[in-house]
Design a protein around this ligand. Sequence first.
Ligand SMILES: Nc1ncnc2c1ncn2[C@@H]1O[C@H](COP(=O)(O)OP(=O)(O)OP(=O)(O)O)[C@@H](O)[C@H]1O
Length: 289
Amino acid sequence: MQLEIRHLTHRYALEDVLRDVNLDLYAGETLALVGPSGCGKSTLLHIIAGLLTPTQGQVQSSFRGLGCIFQQPRLMPWKDALGNIALGLKALGVPGHRRRTQAAQLALRLGLAEGDLGKYPHALSGGMQSRVALARALVTQPDLLLMDEPFSALDVGLKHELYGLLREQVALRGTAVLMITHDLMEAVRLADRIVVMAPQPGRVLRSFMVPLAQEQRSEAWIYERTARLVQMPDVRESFGLPPLAPVSSAPADGAYEEAQTTDMDMETVASATPCCAQDATPHRGGCAV
Ligand SMILES: Nc1ncnc2c1ncn2[C@@H]1O[C@H](COP(=O)(O)OP(=O)(O)OP(=O)(O)O)[C@@H](O)[C@H]1O
């Protein structure tokens, strides 16, 4: 199963907000799309979700079920938490009793209390609303999950708890995830592959593999890999960060590349050439972070 995006361009009025985007996503893979504000990440997600038709290019998906989580929980104010979670099951024709049971089971697994299920969105905290939105996206067991910075407004503890719950559910089902984030550390923590976008027009700049299994990534490793990513000239340019001064404590470009290759997964590196996404045929590989 796969999502294939080829030569996708999208224009609002006369402006190209996305230009010649090529991207693949495979079953079971978590891909983080990072880039500065306004580079077209949400537009791309909306196109993939079928909410927008691209001006040019092709989006082909063999994924069957789709779940979406947006920046805001976007709950239906006239439905209680259980009713919101069960919405997708209703659309699939699951009978009332079964959908309430399934929705409640998942809600409890995602940390909602029995007493929360009858509450309407206005009576739920932001964290509870995020749990409801996560449950609503997962309850239909989609094989593709699209997430647009769903946890960005939450405190760090809750964010980590929801990361864990999400990973658990995704691993259980082998769900493919395409997540948008501004947060490079979040991308290094959660993704198998990180795609960096650049603005004006929005385009894919580079693709990086994260060369360690999720469960083996320690906090120290995540910090260190994020620091490497932030030092890469392309990434700095994409986010409008000034170039690093070549001082002895921070490795210069060449030295950094060398340091980077010493403990990289060489198989990944070999499959990664050419690693830059300017290539019209996207590769599953990329440079390792
Ligand atoms: N409906 C619209 N009509 C016109 N322009 C739009 C529309 N939606 C988005 N844009 C413009 O398209 C560009 C890309 O917006 P988009 O929301 O996709 O970026 P983004 O990378 O997701 O930003 P952020 O990270 O801030 O959410 C921006 O310049 C935005 O102003």
